[in-house]
Design a protein around this ligand. Structure first.
Ligand code: PEP
Ligand code: MN
Length: 343
């Protein structure tokens, strides 16, 4: 349930509601807002508790929360969440954030060269995996700790904040020490101990939709992170598995406006994994901008044919610049700001 306090409720009245809820053995979660405070209780809520708080001073109303996800829901948090990656705000009402870079940190040269090119083209942050989840154990699995050092150097050289994936709970501390935003990959969307671990630290989390996950399952995974106290979660649609084989995945354009409707969290689109073909990346990226995405996650490589992972879906620098040139036109056409976010 959500206990909505009156606009002029005093701190004492709010505290009294919190204490009364605790008497029923339920954990209250205060949710201060610009307009008014609400207090959420999640999990099994007794009818008796709802009736007990309804009549307390300062309480405007007690409303049941119908969605299975709570802190991720617009029902509970009405104001759009804006998440900062380094200094770059990502979310509704802010310039579109384009996060770009190689699939993997595969060498110092490739990473630094790409960081400079992404910055020059107007990117908001650099992406690149030091720890790579690969479908086959015989393919390149990333440079690990050395890759993190290269990412730190790329940030120093380019001024771009860093987004990189964390694969295991035991790596969270080391990755968070370098990254400005921790990526949870599609294969780990339902790795609940990893979600708990990133929920217990303070760096923002970019949560990718699992390749066979429903929108509701994505939001329930976000709920794990939010419930542990980290409220800086960005959702990312990256395509789902369908019967279609010409593309690697089917980019679910529905998910963009649907997630924006169901949740207050920022939503990114990843047209690279969403299509698996470099020549489909720009059209799907632009469609996602038109559909309301708060930003893009795009794979870029100086020489896609030589990339150690995902070269077939990586944009060359020229193609990335062309995409960055097209984004403002689509943004303007649908009534959004034509600026893109820069650090
Ligand atoms: C990636 O971003 O390089 C990646 C591995 O993506 P996903 O988890 O969506 O497959
Ligand atoms: Mn990739």
């Amino acid at each position: 349930m959500l206990v909505v306090m009156k606009r002029d409720a005093t701190k004492e009245e709010i505290d009294a509601v919190v204490e009364r809820i605790k008497e029923f053995g339920i954990t209250p979660v205060p949710l201060p807002g610009a307009e008014r405070t609400a207090i959420g209780t999640f999990g099994s809520t007794s009818r008796a508790a709802a009736e007990a708080v309804e009549s307390l001073p300062g309480v405007a109303e007690v409303v049941p929360i119908s969605r299975p996800f709570k802190l991720a829901s617009r029902e509970v948090i009405g104001e759009d969440t804006v998440v900062r990656i380094g200094d770059v705000p990502v979310g509704h009402g802010h310039p579109l954030a384009v996060i770009a870079g190689p699939c993997a940190v595969e060498s110092r040269e490739v990473t630094l060269e790409t960081a400079r090119a992404v910055r020059a083209a107007g990117g908001a942050a650099l992406r690149g995996g030091a720890f790579k989840p690969r479908s086959s154990p015989y393919t390149f699995r990333g440079m690990g700790g050395e890759g993190l050092e290269i990412l730190a150097e790329a940030r120093a050289v380019s001024g771009l904040p860093i987004v990189t994936e964390v694969l295991a709970p035991g790596d969270v501390e080391a990755v968070a020490a370098v990254a400005d935003c921790l990526q949870i990959g599609a294969r780990n969307m339902q790795n609940y101990s990893l979600l708990d671990a990133v929920g217990e630290q303070t760096k923002p989390v970019l949560l990718k939709r699992g390749m066979s996950a429903t929108v509701e399952e994505l939001l329930l995974s976000a709920e794990y992170v939010l419930a542990r106290g980290n409220r800086n979660v960005i959702l990312c649609e990256r395509g789902i598995r369908t019967f279609e084989r010409y593309t690697r995945n089917t980019f679910d354009i529905n998910a963009i406006p649907l997630l924006k409707r169901l949740s207050h969290l920022p939503v990114l689109a990843d047209p690279s994994h969403g299509t698996g073909k470099w020549y489909l990346v720009a059209p799907i990226a632009l469609a996602a901008v038109a559909a309301g995405a708060d930003g893009l996650l795009v794979e870029v490589h100086p020489s896609p044919d030589h990339a150690l992972s995902d070269g077939f879906q990586s944009l060359s620098f020229d193609n990335f610049r062309a995409l960055m040139g097209a984004v403002p036109h689509v943004a303007r056409a649908v009534g959004r700001t034509e600026q893109v976010a820069t650090p």
